[in-house]
Design a binder for this molecule. Structure first.
Ligand SMILES: Cc1ncc(COP(=O)(O)O)c(C=O)c1O
Length: 398
């Protein structure tokens, strides 16, 4: 098994025995991220882009260097990387800016039944505002049923998650994009990479979508920063999402002209320290290398899946194959909230509930699941602790 142990890199784990199995919700932060954020706050903090003095210049340089790192991380030109506050805001930006400018009543948006609410609700809002129609690729046995993708001449955008946060299912994104392009190359495609940017190498050019979004806090970075990648021509044809400072070229009392992307979409003071922290997170992940991270997580995820499946008292909802380090289950013998409480007493952190995927839970016929999710710092001990905790909980509750 190609395992490594990086727990010592994460201060909250190094000083604690916790089996942290809730990384799909938000990941722990490595020392490198904490240090990078402290360095800017303690060393040369100032607002960016507008100051003509040393602190501001240094902070601006660090902020834009982070943009460069993130662009390289996903294989994009630097001016196609827009900073938002999270994936949710990135998707809302596309729905409200691109959607309002390009969609009319009756136009169709194609989503999937496994989307996080962040890729459902923005489109519902748009439907209520302008009368679009939302269609869904169905889920079958924990994966997308691609046998009959409901595309039509009215489909204008397809927006789907790369990896299911609730089940860990890795969707065949390139295949889906290829089929959509073959049907109609004018259909826009958004990939929600909130989970995938954490578990696999992303090359947005190779993937072939029009938009790719992810969120900093799941990628070992801080909260408050997210990314929207979009193709330059599409971004520059989109109207601003919010108005304010730093996104304009000129403002008069009756007229405004706007900068090109990415500034056009970055109104107001951005999450300066957090962006720099995310840059450090990307450096950290890159320094370990995707091959090593993927091999480690695959080995652990296989073990987790095998061990939980073998128990007999759990129903596993995650697929056996094409799955990231996420295993979702329900227990025949215990309520999930009770399970989580006893696991917490055993110092095991898992997530229970609908995982912001209520339509998917409905499809699975459950109100929620217990979700154990892995990260690069997870170890076999975490899985042992989960198993021991489950043994104890099931004994107490059944
Ligand atoms: C697949 C997916 N999309 C979107 C989001 C939303 O991320 P954020 O809350 O950081 O905007 C999440 C978070 O759980 C997610 O897992």
């Amino acid at each position: 098994m190609a395992l490594f142990n990086r727990r010592a890199d994460f201060p909250a784990l190094a000083g604690n025995q916790i089996a942290f199995l809730d990384s799909a919700a938000s990941a722990q932060k490595p020392r490198a991220v904490v240090d990078a954020m402290l360095t800017v706050m303690e060393g040369h903090y100032a607002n960016i882009h507008r100051g003509l003095y040393k602190f501001s210049n240094e902070t601006t340089a660090a902020f834009e260097a982070a943009r460069g790192k993130i662009a390289k991380f996903i294989g994009a030109p630097v001016d196609e990387v827009v900073f938002t506050h999270n994936s949710t805001e990135s998707i809302n930006l596309v729905a409200q800016s691109w959607g309002r400018a390009n969609l009319k009543p009756g136009d169709e948006v194609l989503l999937t039944e496994m989307e996080h609410h962040a890729n459902l609700v923005p489109w519902h809002l748009l439907r209520d505002q302008i009368g679009i129609v939302i269609k869904y690729i169905p889920v079958l046995d924990g994966a997308l049923d691609l046998s009959n993708i409901p595309l039509s001449e009215n489909t204008k955008i397809v927006s789907f998650t790369h990896i299911s946060n609730a089940l860990g299912t890795i969707n065949p994104a390139k295949d889906i994009i290829g089929r959509v392009r073959a049907y109609n190359p004018d259909i826009k495609i958004l990939v929600d990479g909130s989970q995938s940017a954490v578990h696999m190498k992303i090359d947005v050019r190779d993937l072939g979508a029009d938009f790719f979004v992810f969120t900093g806090h799941k990628l070992y970075g801080p909260t408050g920063v997210g990314v929207l990648w979009g193709k330059r021509d599409i971004l520059n044809a989109m109207p601003p999402y919010q108005g304010g400072g730093d996104m304009i070229e000129t403002v008069s009392l009756d007229h405004v002209t706007y900068k090109s992307a990415p500034a056009r979409f970055e109104a107001g003071t951005p999450a300066i320290v957090e962006v720099i922290g995310l840059g450090a997170a990307v450096d950290y992940v890159t320094s370990l290398g995707w091959d090593a991270i993927a091999a480690h997580e695959k080995a652990l995820s296989d073990t987790l899946y095998k061990r939980l499946s073998a128990r007999g008292d759990l129903k596993i909802h995650s697929p056996a194959q094409n799955r990231a380090g996420i295993v979702s289950f329900t227990c025949h013998k215990a309520d999930m909230a009770d399970l989580a409480m006893i696991l917490d007493q055993c110092n095991v952190a898992v997530r229970v509930g609908h995982h912001c995927c209520q339509p998917l839970m409905g499809k699975l016929g459950v109100t929620g699941t217990v979700r154990a999710s892995l990260a690069l710092y997870s170890t076999p001990d975490d899985i042992n602790a989960l198993e021991a905790g489950l043994d104890k909980a099931v004994k107490m509750l059944s």
